[in-house]
Design a binder for this molecule. Structure first.
Ligand code: ZN
Length: 412
């Protein structure tokens, strides 16, 4: 798929300390240690609805990772998928009597526009499940051949499942106990009750063709892929194993990321699939969880239509820490507009408070598990000092403008 258009990223002088991120598998903040090319996979959307603030906050967090690594001199190989065939998409198309392909294309196009308006740097590889079906089938066929995948005993629908016991480190990504895994599997799209499985936890890999559903001919028989194996195939084929960051919302910790990692281990014999598993918190609205069923989703496109400055939206989302479950309130946009105005006034002056220390602080906060509240406060301090005391650093306004663009993606 064609990703969205990138914006140029200014080069800054100097660089900060290595980026440290909380790794779910380790249960601790650890330094990232990419090679020349940093490798990151972030799970993409299922395009049946518009981008809401929870999506935006997630992609924004990983955009900061991307930007920080670039600032440190790395190339970044960033891969993101689009789950353009899956149950939620087909259900929505059926409900609205829409063509599932057209629905998927429409929402993916809107997602691209939303990402571009928020100045999120595009992935190098933006890969749809449909265009990757050949490579996904190849992965499943290998897992079937080595005994890690099996067909359920069901004459009508002999679907293929992954035997989770085929991966020695199964459970090490989430660290959840059996009871939690069982509960989350049932809540998040698993099918523990399905007869014929070796174990209730085992995850679907290939759903054989059903009447009225799209399917693809393959050596596995006609059908369509499961979600976890989609991300495993797309990620491994572009990044290899042991890549730097596997990312997504905290609702992907289990079963999605656990199973993608287990598929990878069973397939390659190598562990781990990713060196960091990084998860973002959920965004609620006025103290309630944002969800489709409550009808309280706030869409990025809706805010754009209401003439909200995308930089204010970006800043409002960055005002909370990415790992914290937090609540969205419209007043956050008002605060962000005031903050942007403060920063814009400060960089419009011919000179300011010394830039070097402010940029150092900005980098240091970001390196500390993306401490954006701290980073924003450091810029506030520089702007306030500049506006009240009129510093003498004539390079400071341009230096801060470039640093905010390069590191925070904020164009003043
Ligand atoms: Zn994924």
């Amino acid at each position: 798929m064609q990703p969205w258009t990138s914006t140029p990223v200014p080069r800054l002088s100097g660089h900060g300390r290595p980026l440290r991120l909380y790794d779910t598998a380790a249960g601790a903040v650890r330094p990232t240690a990419p090679g020349r090319t940093a490798r990151m996979y972030v799970c993409g959307i299922t395009p049946y609805d518009a981008t809401h603030l929870g999506h935006a906050a997630t992609y924004l967090a990983f955009d900061l990772v991307n930007r920080y690594w670039r600032d440190a001199g790395h190339d970044v190989h960033y891969v993101q998928n689009v789950t353009d065939v899956d149950d939620p998409l087909l259900e929505r198309a059926r409900r609205d009597q829409d063509d599932w392909i057209v629905l998927g294309m429409r929402e993916t196009a809107l997602f691209r526009e939303d990402m571009e308006s928020l100045r999120i740097l595009p992935p190098r590889d933006f890969v749809g499940a449909v265009e990757a079906i050949g490579e996904i089938v190849e992965v499943i066929a290998k897992l079937l051949a080595c005994g890690a995948a099996y067909r359920v005993e069901d004459a009508e629908h002999p679907d293929l499942y992954f035997d989770h016991q085929a991966a020695a480190h199964f459970g090490s990504e989430s660290g959840y106990d059996a009871e939690t895994m069982a509960r989350l599997s049932a809540e998040r799209g698993g099918d523990p009750e399905r007869p014929g499985k070796r174990h209730p936890l085992d995850a679907l890999m290939w759903r054989t063709a059903r009447e009225g559903e799209p399917s693809w001919d393959s050596e596995l028989g006609p059908g369509r892929p499961g979600w976890h194996v989609e991300c495993c195939a797309i990620g491994l084929n572009r990044l290899g194993t042991g890549f730097d960051v596997q990312g997504g919302g905290s609702d992907l910790i289990f079963p999605h990321h656990e199973f993608s990692a287990a598929h990878s281990e069973a397939l390659t014999g190598e562990y781990p699939m990713a060196r960091h598993y990084v998860h973002t918190g959920m965004i609620g609205l006025n103290g309630e969880k944002m969800s489709k069923s409550k009808g309280n989703l706030v869409f990025v496109s809706r805010l754009r239509a209401d003439q909200v400055d995308p930089m204010a939206l970006r800043l409002a989302l960055l005002s909370g820490h990415y790992r914290t479950d937090r609540s969205w309130a419209p007043e956050m946009l008002d605060d962000a507009v005031i903050r942007l105005d403060l920063w814009r006034q400060a960089v419009a002056l011919p000179a300011g408070a010394p830039a070097q220390d402010a940029v150092h602080q900005l980098r240091a906060h970001l390196a500390d598990d993306l401490d954006t509240p701290g980073a924003l406060a450091a810029v506030d301090a520089w702007a306030t000092e500049t506006l009240t005391q009129r510093g003498s650093d004539v390079d400071a306004p341009a230096a801060l403008t470039a640093a905010l663009d390069a590191l925070l993606g904020i164009a003043l």
